[in-house]
Design a protein around this ligand. Structure first.
Ligand SMILES: [Zn+2]
Ligand SMILES: [Zn+2]
Length: 74
């Protein structure tokens, strides 16, 4: 099978019948990686009001980490 370059990012290779590479596909579908905060379906953490978190999470990863640490000395 011959690979072609993804027309969108021009970095990744895709199969001819694919429109975009998986990275671009994720982006186009709004399922962006954790590092991209704005244009994806995420919420602002209510605890620090700074970081984003997934909809099914209670708090962001930082707060969760801080919390689990804090439990012992609080
Ligand atoms: Zn791409
Ligand atoms: Zn937080």
């Amino acid at each position: 099978m011959k690979y072609i370059k993804c027309p969108r990012c021009g970095i990744n290779y895709i199969l001819p019948y694919q429109q975009h590479c998986s990275v671009c596909k994720d982006e186009l579908e709004g399922r962006k990686s954790i590092f991209d905060t704005e244009d994806y379906d995420s919420l602002i953490c209510p605890y620090c009001e700074k970081n984003t978190m997934d909809i099914d999470e209670v708090m962001c990863k930082q707060c969760a980490k801080r919390r689990s640490k804090k439990q012992t000395d609080d």
